[in-house]
Structure formats: C-alpha cells, structure tokens
Design a protein around this ligand. Structure first.
Ligand SMILES: O=C(Cc1ccccc1)Nn1cnc2ccccc21
Length: 326
C-alpha cells in the first residue's frame, strides 16, 4: 500500500500554499485545492504570453485523450481551460500511473501573474471535475484504492512550511483528540456544519455559523454577514467599500475567533485575522474574515485551516472531516 507526504510552502501572506508534483518528466509547483476537482497545469500548449515565469507540463510524455477538453471558473471568477492527457503523477512518493492531467491552452490573468503557481491539484470530489465528454478522477480518487488508508491530511501553518499526507495520519502534528464531523458531498465539496462562535475568548458562544466547506484553495475565512459584523465590532474594524471588504488595525489587537465543530471549539488567533497591510507599510490591514454573502455557504479557507490539523477521510464509507488543534 502507498502513503506519502509533501511540503506545502506558503506564498506571501499565506495567500496560497504550493507543493512539488512530478508529472511525466516535469516537476511543477501546484496549489492543492480541496475546493475544486481538476488537476491542471501550465503546459507547452499555453501561449507564451500567458506562461512567462511558469514551469510548464510537457504533454509529450502523456497520452492525449482525443476530443476531450476542460474549462473551469472559480468563485473569484478566475479560470482556465484546455486539453486532457493521461500521464504518471507522483506526489510525495505516492504514484498515480495514469492520472488525467489537464494541460492549459488558456488561463486568466490572475494565474499568469502568480508566477509561483504552475497550476492546481484538485482534492474536492470527482463529481465536480470539469473534463468533457467523460469526467475524470482527482489524484486522490485515482490513488485511493492503493493507499494504506483512504484519507489525506492537511497541516497548513502561519508563515511556515506545512504539509499534506496521503494514506496516513501523523499524530505528531496535532494535540489532543481528533473531532470528526460528517461530510455532505452532494455539491462536490468537503461540506460540513459549523456551530456556535465566540469572539475574543468570551465563552458566550452566539448564534451558529451553519453550512461550510473546507477549502485549501481559498485564502480567507468567509462567514455569515452577521457573524462577520459581530467580529469586527469587537475588533475595531469597518467595511471599506473601496477595498471591497472589512479592514482593521494591523497593530496586533485583533481578538481571536472561536467556532464549535462537532462540539469541540477551534480558535483562530487574532494575528491570523489581521491578514495583510492594505499596501506595504500601511497600519490598516485587510481582514482575514470576510462575509460569505452571495456564496451560498461559509468557506473555511487557509486562515482557518492553518489553525488546525485537518483530516479528509473517506475510509468509513461515507466521507467525514477530522479536526484537531495544532
Ligand atoms: O473560488 C473560491 C471560493 C470563493 C471565493 C470568492 C467568492 C466565491 C467563492 N475559492 N477557490 C477554490 N479554488 C480556487 C482556485 C482559484 C481561485 C479561487 C479558488
């Protein structure tokens, strides 16, 4: 049985985390994304005008799936599309011999401009893979039958290298016990229900967050508007229309944010929520918590995930998420 571990290296402000992946003879840095289900890369088929500074997948090592294509649009309206090959993909020593690899023939500006990232490796459910005419499986679904345990884990860290593991849980990476919650995969996401929350450690948990997804491909923590408002009232933040989100003082006084999941409380340190200065040297920061208005569910992105050890587990038949304090 296979198992393995790969580093997750943070970009500036932990905007995304990148991991080394070998595809055929190409070594690329990909953004592992539990919020989508396509494995795509800049390639020899991506226009030079769009791929300056990026490592590219050389599809010569692959077997083209004739007449197949893919096209994806993410929640922030970025996107990409192209052709499909099968090729050997290796992640931390775990090998998929015939993995669908989606070679980009076009990518949107934000992907071209982020030269650290050579593409994405989707880890949501294969039911939302965009390949036509026949949907393809994610890397995890491809290797799942060969894994020691049908699960992967995510240990993201604030401003430091973290890791993903496939096929095993590393109990040295968390403290205390793991709390498991059921996952509703009907929308293709790692979707769960979050409970009451508290701001700044006052134990009075108020309200309830509700339906949420665990999404490593999203940088921030998107919560219901009422929860977000309550947080910034205590944090001394304000909604800045020009910035298109809440901002708050960078000065280190931001309160912690705690949320109950499966009856256990998990805390995001206030320092994670003073996310990044509006511009270099500014004493006003863009908030790491933002309203989930219009999305349809809350998104527990990297700002939350780097405060916990997360286990994405399909070993029990129905999928479940495990969380433990880091
Ligand atoms: O798309 C989203 C979440 C989102 C953000 C803003 C509004 C609505 C939904 N994250 N994401 C997940 N994978 C991604 C890949 C690129 C860009 C964003 C990505």
């Amino acid at each position: 049985a296979q198992s393995g571990e790969v580093a997750a290296d943070p970009q500036q402000y932990d905007q995304a985390y990148l991991s080394p992946v070998t595809i055929g003879n190409s070594e690329l840095m990909l953004d592992f994304d539990t919020g989508s289900a396509d494995l795509w890369a800049f390639s020899n088929e991506t226009p030079a005008s769009q791929s300056q500074g990026h490592e590219r997948y050389d599809s010569a090592t692959g077997t083209e799936l004739d007449g197949y294509s893919w096209s994806i649009t993410y929640g922030d309206q970025s996107g990409a599309g192209g052709n499909v090959y099968t090729d050997k993909v290796v992640v931390g020593g775990v090998t998929a011999t015939r993995q669908a690899v989606e070679a980009a023939t076009s990518v949107s500006a934000s992907f071209s401009q982020n030269i650290d990232s050579d593409g994405l490796l989707g880890l949501a459910f294969s039911s939302i893979n965009t390949v036509q005419p026949r949907q393809q499986t994610t890397f995890f679904d491809t290797v799942r039958p060969t894994l020691a345990k049908a699960l992967f884990t995510c240990d993201l860290r604030q401003g430091d290298a973290g890791s993903y593991t496939f096929g095993y849980i590393d109990s040295s990476k968390y403290q205390g016990t793991v709390t498991y919650v059921p996952v509703d995969d009907s929308q293709g996401f790692w979707q769960f229900t979050a409970g009451g929350y508290s701001v700044g450690g006052d134990n009075a948990t108020s309200g309830s967050v509700g339906t949420a997804i665990a999404d490593t491909g999203t940088s921030l923590l998107y919560l219901p508007a009422a929860v977000t408002k309550a947080y910034y009232e205590q944090a001394g933040g304000r909604y800045d229309n020009q910035q298109g989100g809440y901002t708050l003082p960078c000065n280190g006084g931001a309160p912690d944010f705690s949320v109950a999941i499966g009856g256990k409380t998990f805390t995001v340190p206030g320092s994670y929520i003073a996310y990044a200065p509006l511009t270099t040297g500014s004493s006003t920061c863009f908030g790491g918590i933002q309203p989930d208005t219009g999305i349809g569910f809350s998104i527990f992105g990297d700002v939350f995930l780097k405060a916990v050890y997360a286990i994405f587990d399909v070993s029990q038949g129905s999928p479940r998420l495990g969380f433990a304090a880091q």
